[in-house]
Ligand binder design. Structure first.
Ligand SMILES: Cc1cc2nc3c(=O)[nH]c(=O)nc-3n(C[C@H](O)[C@H](O)[C@H](O)COP(=O)(O)OP(=O)(O)OC[C@H]3O[C@@H](n4cnc5c(N)ncnc54)[C@H](O)[C@@H]3O)c2cc1C
Length: 410
């Protein structure tokens, strides 16, 4: 075991990921950013190296690896190429974890076969008028015989236009029009759109960073989903949204790790640079002003890493996913620290840091999203406070008066 408590197997996996990141991902990172094209060559290489679908159980063709294993791989990839790291997140955590935890056999087989052949599933929750307030979603799934008809619009869907498997969250109505709550539905988008008629990608967002990973706006017009493709969480449709959102705890650990990995990469660059760059006749690393910046960056990085590893190793009560409080704390801390660390690394490079010839400006753009996507740093703080106080903390005006109701009442 090493000082982080990693086993020989985990260290070997980490080393394999480090080699892949250096040899395959790093040389492509700048091109992916400039072309803004999803890197199918990297997907193929990741699939061949078996870094996709690692957490899928062996029974379904995966390796049954842990979230910590995924985190170790993601960190190494993120040091070199953020898009590559995000592909590893989304093929091991998030939508795929939800299906493997709650899906029926047919759903598990479908999801596993797609992911193991390189598909990055899309998770469709956010709508133009339902961001942090996801419960306000208006996309609906109406039961019609042995099918559901889905109608609505989602935006900022990672992988929109490249993903095949879509986990769509919608408000469910029975045949009589009764509102059953929010459920999840699986749809497969094909290039010719035959398999999922009614699912269209209508727009691509113009993003600040992570430019090789499309963020799409999707519409569903009478999208037919067989009833067998409704994902029924243990508490059913009526109360199942919380179960479905539990999967986001793994996604959050993954996203926090991407941010931490970018910061680790930036710190490695800065540490080398301050030894090399000379001003006033001495390496700039001899100035205490920069030494203390480096020390603060390294301290924040170590704390982020420990929190993320701890969250990855944890299990929430009666759930297959990381503990919600640890996952939220780790994502808040790591994402905010990473923005500061990358910004400071760029500062140490002076004008060169601001140039597109070096990776720092790309890393500074890429790292910015992690306090926003997957639950903002503000909303996650509410989750943490809610757990601390043992209170539900509804944020709507009407709900607020109920805020003293204990969580246990749920
Ligand atoms: C790169 C990227 C990828 C994404 N990928 C996906 C995806 O794959 N699937 C998906 O469904 N969504 C995705 N999202 C959407 C993301 O989940 C939402 O952006 C996020 O939930 C916030 O919603 P919003 O953007 O509408 O902001 P809003 O909810 O409008 O929030 C605006 C601001 O108000 C703050 N705020 C809102 N409510 C509160 C409150 N109660 N207390 C304190 N502060 C509050 C927020 O923190 C934020 O600072 C992605 C977003 C980004 C940027």
């Amino acid at each position: 075991m090493d000082t982080l408590g990693l086993t020989a197997d985990e260290l070997a996996l980490q080393a394999r990921a480090r080699d892949f990141a250096r040899d395959v991902a790093r040389p492509r990172a700048a091109e992916i950013d400039a072309s803004e094209e999803y890197p199918w060559d990297i997907v193929e290489a990741l699939t061949e190296a078996k870094f996709v679908g690692m957490t899928i159980p062996v029974k379904h063709g995966g390796q049954g690896r842990s979230y910590l294993d995924a985190v170790l791989v993601i960190e190494e990839m993120a040091k070199c190429c953020t898009v590559t790291a995000r592909i590893v997140v989304e093929t091991n955590m998030g939508a795929i974890s939800t299906v493997m935890a709650y899906g029926n056999e047919e759903q598990k087989k479908l999801a596993a076969s797609l992911v193991l052949s390189g598909d990055k599933p899309a998770i469709c929750i956010t709508e133009p008028d339902a961001g942090s307030d996801a419960m306000a979603m208006t996309t609906r799934a109406d039961r019609r015989g042995d099918k559901y008809l889905i109608n609505g619009r989602k935006h900022w869907i990672t992988g929109g236009g490249v993903s095949k498997l879509h986990l769509i969250f919608a408000r469910v109505f029975d045949e009589k029009g009764a509102d059953l709550g929010i459920g999840g539905f699986l749809a497969v988008r094909q290039e010719n759109e035959n398999a999922a008629k009614g699912l269209r990608v209508v727009r691509r967002e113009k993003t600040m960073g992570l430019r090789g990973m499309p963020e799409g706006e999707l519409t569903f017009e009478n999208l037919e989903i067989p009833a067998s493709m409704a994902l029924l969480p243990p508490s059913g449709f009526r109360r199942g949204f919380a179960d479905l959102m539990n999967a986001y705890n793994s996604q959050r650990v993954g996203a926090g790790t991407v941010a931490m990995g970018i910061a680790a990469g930036a710190l490695e660059l800065a540490t080398e640079w301050v030894k090399e760059r000379e001003q006033f006749g001495r390496p700039i690393g001899e100035f205490q002003g920069l030494q203390w910046m480096l020390a603060d960056m390294a301290t924040q990085l170590t704390a982020s890493r420990l929190m993320l590893y701890q969250a990855a190793r944890s299990r929430g009560e009666a759930s297959a996913f990381p503990d919600p409080m640890l996952a939220a704390q780790a994502k808040i801390f790591a994402s905010e620290a990473a923005i500061r660390i990358v910004n400071d690394a760029l500062q140490m490079y002076g004008a060169r840091g601001y140039s597109r010839d070096l990776p720092l400006e790309r890393m500074a753009r890429d790292v910015r999203m992690f306090t926003i996507g997957g639950g903002t740093a503000q909303v996650l703080r509410t989750l943490v406070a809610s757990r601390m106080l043992g209170w539900k903390l509804p944020q709507t005006r009407e709900g607020y008066v109920e805020s003293a109701r204990p969580l246990a009442a749920e």
